[in-house]
Design a protein around this ligand. Sequence first.
Ligand code: PMP
Length: 364
Amino acid sequence: IELANKGVQGLQPYQPGKPVEELERELGITDIVKLASNENPLGPSPQALAAIQAVLPELTRYPDGNGFRLKAALADKLGVEAAQITLGNGSNDVLEMIARSYLTAHSASVYSQHAFAVYPIVTQAIGAQHIAVPAKDWGHDLDAMAEAITDKTRVVFVANPNNPTGTWLTESEVRTFLNKVPPRVIVVLDEAYTEYVDKTDFPDGIALLKDYPNLVVTRTFSKAYGLAGLRIGYSVSNPEVADILNRIRQPFNANLAAQEAAIAALSDEDYLKRSVAVNAEGMAYLEGEFNRLGLGFIPSVGNFISVDVGQPAGPVDGALLREGVIVRSVAPYQMPDHLRVSIGTMDENRRFIEALEKVLGALS
Ligand code: PMP
């Protein structure tokens, strides 16, 4: 069957981390450690779990399609109007809505080399062109990205911090870039990992919105809020953009349990603090261990870190799997010698380091 949309023809599906159950079945072992998808290792917030329990008898009903209470809670927390918020089935859903709203087969998006894989996927799914701009020191080269904008460009994706590199941009770098972007171009500032960042000159994208009507900030409950499995994320933008996204949004795209859990997670500040602290401790441990093992790594402000294993990472990834440790080969991101590992609990981090040391010893 011929596809009218040639973009779809060349698409490669997004490759998620291998599920634990699949590896358990393959290896016949049960103590698998999964550090592959930048998930929160603490399990969900107890308050979120209670909220899900409480809503179970309501599952026969559709969720609130407008997400009134969650949007009100977010608006309150973020100091914005509810009319600026668009809820998504994960922030990926919002990224796709942006592509569907603002791109056509005759237009283009710009993003950075080594940036999140969903940007080219949602672009190409429209049949639009995606322009990957070479990275600088693994991070976004914003000057080069501004220069790559042409008459065809309608959307620019900027991840801050970026996945899988963990690199980040300062407020002045982001502002300088936004000042150069023509106002007709939507700039998506993807802040999926923002809660983990502890840097004084790191920008709060939402505070930038008042100066840049073409800015859309995306965030998620999948990472520091620990609700990846429920699929709930959102964007904050000017109300005009939110209105456009709302027109093409699937009805009921944010499910009932997700909305309730997100409201509860948002108010559980203790859980968020613990998540960030566990992450900082694990990050410091892994950096120390990589130094001890003589392995280079890209300093990261997210809940993951990409380590240079000094050889093609595919076989190392395969050998780690056989040790029951699931991490992520980032070869598809043009990082052939790097593995990305999510920060786990200290037990999980130690399991990973032990397995890595064993595997690299055996491969050398
Ligand atoms: N943006 C970035 C940079 C990510 O790494 C991820 C998750 N891997 C997402 C967005 C999407 O997350 P979700 O759809 O779970 O909100």
